[in-house]
Design a protein around this ligand. Structure first.
Ligand SMILES: [Zn+2]
Length: 426
């Protein structure tokens, strides 16, 4: 009885939606067509009809509108054998541009990208480490204005600002809650930048933005569930579950650097002991190298053991130095332990490693690969896909830009902010 009631209520609601909101249905179909063209294009109208399961006449109407608006265009002709040749349609990435910015310790890195997150212009501005948020935000606003102004000849439409930042972010409010890297508390980025710019502003944790870039433009395109793990001074993860970013209760999901992997363990800056970051981050590699050097007097690094830097350790590892290679290997093993814990909890199909620490990938990967098969599932499902991100230079800024791009192309029912692509050009 209850089931049939719920079922009929569902039907009523759907009918209501179908009859009562034609404009919404039109927007949804339009978003669907655009999505297919962006992700799988170039496609013929028949291809789109097949993939979206919409009628050919609906597709023709929508694509004609999108052509008039300048969002898509006809390209080439397919090589069909005989008869009328199908015309292909493709998305026009330079329909609009967005600004993607990453706030690093002591530096702002900005990129102007098209709607496929291809970088068309870049800029970076240094600021004193420890500078207050207000000062840096004013600097960021000036840098954004300058970047847009300098490139105004190639920008048809400026559609938004995306910001990636280390720390806890309240995405819906558009504000930073806390960043230990920068030493900042609550900073209302959207509110402040919206006073100066009339485009929508989005902010997210920087590792999440990287994971979004992987999902849209990297190896993540091939996986429904993957972990993007960034390795450097800190260690973090973006969790993509069922093609969506998982943010947790208040945006804190993915703080794997503070997963405890050893008791008793090395002290961590967070105040506890045994955190993954304290066993696999840069500081660990340096102290581990120093520890090994106390027994390796033949090492290339022995005379420099009191002034070790990551550059020196990496150089020595490349020259075949045992102490340097062993330090990276041990960090890799510890990282592997952390990854096994994550695999056991989340059962991802793919793990993508990224971040500046990956310059040493050839020395870190063997340690990781040695431990990864100890995951719980290995007995009956020994396959896992471990990759190193190939998004290349500018990946973080691309990720920040992707925040805006994803929002622009979301189906209307999911859109959070009012400024949406369906409203532009109409
Ligand atoms: Zn910690």
């Amino acid at each position: 009885m209850l089931k049939s009631l719920l079922r009929s209520e569902g039907v009523v609601k759907l009918e209501h939606l179908r009859r009562g909101n034609k404009a919404l249905i039109k927007d949804l179909n339009r978003a669907l067509v655009l999505h297919h063209l962006r992700i799988h294009g170039p496609l013929s109208r028949t291809d789109i009809a097949t993939e979206t399961k919409l009628g050919l006449s609906t597709i023709t109407k929508i694509t004609d509108e999108l052509i008039t608006q300048g969002l898509i265009r006809e390209v080439g002709e397919g090589d069909s054998s005989g008869g009328r040749r199908p015309v292909f349609l493709e998305f026009i990435p330079h329909y609009g541009h967005v600004v993607g910015a990453k706030i690093e310790k002591g530096q702002l890195v900005l990129a102007l990208t098209d709607l496929e997150a291809e970088i068309v212009a870049k800029d970076s501005i240094a600021f004193p480490v420890g500078a207050p948020a207000g000062e840096v935000l004013a600097l960021l606003a000036d840098a954004i204005a300058t970047l847009v102004q300098k490139n105004k000849a190639l920008i048809h439409r400026w559609l938004g600002i995306g910001i990636g930042i280390s720390g806890l972010v309240d995405q819906s409010a558009g504000e930073l809650v806390f960043s230990s890297l920068l030493g900042w508390g609550r900073v209302p980025f959207r509110e402040i930048l919206s006073q100066r710019f009339s485009v929508p502003v989005f902010i997210d944790n920087d590792v999440n933005t990287y994971a979004l870039a992987e999902l849209s433009y990297g190896y993540g395109r091939e996986a429904d569930d993957f972990l993007l793990v960034t390795i450097g001074a800190g260690i973090g993860a973006g969790l993509i579950l069922d093609k969506k970013i998982y943010r947790g209760g208040f945006g804190g999901a993915g703080e794997i650097g503070h997963m405890v992997i050893a008791t008793p363990g090395n002290p961590c800056y967070c105040g506890r002991q045994g955190c993954l970051e304290a066993h696999a981050g840069e500081q660990f590699i340096l102290s581990e190298c120093k520890r090994i050097l106390s027994q390796e007097k033949d090492s290339l690094l022995y005379n420099e053991r009191l002034q070790l830097t990551m550059e020196k350790v990496l150089k020595a590892a490349k020259a075949g130095d045992y102490a340097a290679r062993q330090a990276f290997y041990n960090a890799g093993r510890n990282l592997g332990i952390g990854l096994v814990n994550l695999i056991n909890i989340l059962n991802p199909t793919t793990i993508i490693l990224a971040g500046e620490g990956m310059v040493a990938e050839e020395f870190i990967l063997p340690g990781i690969k040695g431990v990864l098969p100890t995951n719980f599932f290995n007995r009956f499902h020994p396959e896992y896909d471990l990759r190193v991100s190939r998004l290349g230079e500018g990946a973080w800024e691309k990720g920040a830009a992707t925040l805006v791009i994803n929002e622009l192309f979301k189906a209307p029912i999911y859109q959070g902010q009012k400024t949406v692509l369906s409203g532009i050009g109409n």
